[in-house]
Write a protein that binds this ligand. Structure first.
Ligand code: CMC
Length: 446
């Protein structure tokens, strides 16, 4: 007998199916509730809503567990490369040696941009934010490959996925070069994914960048740790857009936009800005933490807290150790790392953070490594986007293959009830229009 749940509302009883995931997570399936009862569920920020069933990534936020396709993140971080992790996420299994070679060759084959696309970069002003350029250029790429928009077979999907993964890195480096007014650097086919990215970022026409193996492996680790994180804001956005039938490029370009915000991928930039502020202003770490706790300050401890983790984010643990290792190897002393360590120590001992179960998340230490690699601050969230691409692609594929219904939440309307249209000469200002001032019944536009 399948398990069910019972709901009583307005004097009637409804029986709802119960769904159990492979790790024992339990959900009440309310998909037919409205049709049967006229009632919907309300869940601000979707904090308690399972938006889909997915076989890609598992998180246990209470125990600080993250697994890609069942494999613990610690093992993946130790053994895997970014292209291999991407294959695992997209296809569900680790690739064989032949599959990995074929996949790597495919990524190399698609690393160049169409020559016409390079010209688009001329249209962006120097100083234009690379996240805006990345999103626009991912969409623009699809205009050069109309066949992949139609996506008629698994082969077309693979070609589209390889193009997107490979070209994202080329676009990201070109966005950076554009933002600093340097000539664009073409990829080199003999370099691996990460070395090639560093080459396109840091080579200049008269001086070749020689990637240091420690820097390459630090970059690879950052990308692998960001590769997927189940139904976060940007991945849900990708699935939302995909559910309308939109193509892979359009869906992932939307993911880039969702990632940009400081509460999501933009937090890695905000963390460094916060650490720099603490160093520059001379405020003590204890006083800064007090400021964060004061709700009227509207300041958050960036890089702390997570919707799902109520324990140490396992990625933050790995990144923290890596930051120590990388900086020691490169003989870099970064005062921001000292401040970050002290902030963590003070926050974790403070009842405010203990009670709310706020721990460092992936963004708390990742910026320190990116600084050591030489990645500029504006590019931090772009690095997150390159890393997250395999997860977006895997989630897009799941929607595409599962032919899920279009994502279309309901709402509880709280606006005015029905009223009549008022002719313009009879209207009185009721609300001050943003950017204008109400002076005795008159709206003055500035
Ligand atoms: N500093 C201070 N207080 C915090 C913080 C923080 N970083 N995070 C949460 N809180 C407080 C929050 O004010 C609330 O307090 P109260 O119960 O008194 O109202 C309580 O903790 C619960 O927080 P919430 O806002 O309900 O949590 P959420 O699940 O809606 O938001 C979050 C999660 C990650 C957006 C939030 O913790 C945050 O803004 N953190 C800082 C930004 C950040 O580091 N973001 C990166 C997230 S990890 C990578 C990613 O997903 O991109």
């Amino acid at each position: 007998m399948p398990e069910t749940a019972t709901l009583q509302v307005r004097g009637k009883t409804y029986t709802l199916p119960v769904v159990v995931g492979s790790e024992g997570e339990v959900a009440i399936d309310i998909s037919k509730l409205r049709a049967e009862s006229g009632v919907i569920t309300l869940d601000d920020g979707y904090a308690n809503t399972g938006s889909c069933q997915s076989a890609i990534t598992f998180i246990d936020g209470e125990r600080g567990i993250l697994r890609y396709r069942g494999i613990p993140i610690e093992q993946i971080a130790e053994h895997s490369t970014f292209p291999e992790t991407a294959w695992l996420l997209i296809y569900g299994e680790l690739p064989t040696a032949d599959q990995l070679e074929c996949w790597s060759n495919l990524l190399t084959r698609h690393e160049m941009l169409h020559e016409g696309l390079y010209k688009h970069f001329d249209g962006f002003p120097s100083g234009g934010h690379p996240m805006a350029i990345l999103s626009a250029m991912i969409n623009a790429t699809s205009t050069y490959n109309p066949d992949i928009i139609r996506m008629e077979s698994p082969e077309t999907f693979q070609s589209a996925a390889a193009r997107l993964l490979s070209k994202t890195r080329t676009i990201a480096a070109a966005a950076y070069k554009t933002s600093i007014g340097q000539p664009l650097i073409y990829p080199k086919p003999h370099l691996d994914y990460c070395s090639n990215f560093l080459h396109m970022m840091f080579s200049i026409p008269f001086k070749e960048y020689e990637p240091d193996p420690d820097i390459v492996s630090a970059l690879s680790l950052i990308l692998v740790l960001h590769a997927d994180h189940e139904q976060n804001c940007s991945t849900s956005t990708v699935r939302m857009v995909a559910s309308s039938g939109a193509n892979l490029f359009a869906s992932c370009a939307a993911g880039v936009c969702a990632l940009w915000g400081p509460l999501h991928g933009g937090a890695n930039t905000a963390v460094i800005e916060m650490l720099q502020y603490i160093v520059d202003s001379g405020i003590s770490v204890k006083d800064y933490v007090e400021k964060v706790k004061d709700k009227t300050s509207n300041i958050k401890l960036m890089g702390f807290g997570h919707r799902v983790y109520k324990n140490y984010d396992p990625r933050a643990k790995i990144i923290k150790q890596a930051a120590d290792r990388v900086l020691a190897k490169l003989q870099i002393h970064d005062p921001l790392l000292d401040v970050a360590r002290r902030l963590e120590e003070v926050a974790l001992a403070d009842p405010y953070f203990k009670e709310k179960k706020l721990y460092p998340n992936v963004d708390f230490y990742s910026g320190i490594i990116m600084r050591a690699i030489g990645i500029p601050l504006d590019m931090f969230t772009v690095m997150f986007a390159i890393g997250r691409m395999p997860g977006w692609i895997a989630n897009w594929k799941e929607v595409w293959e599962g032919q899920s219904r279009i994502y279309r939440p309901r709402q509880i309307y709280t606006g005015p009830v029905e009223r009549s249209y008022i002719p313009i000469d009879q209207r009185r200002p009721a609300v001050a229009v943003p950017g204008s001032t109400t002076v005795t019944g008159q709206v003055v536009c500035r």
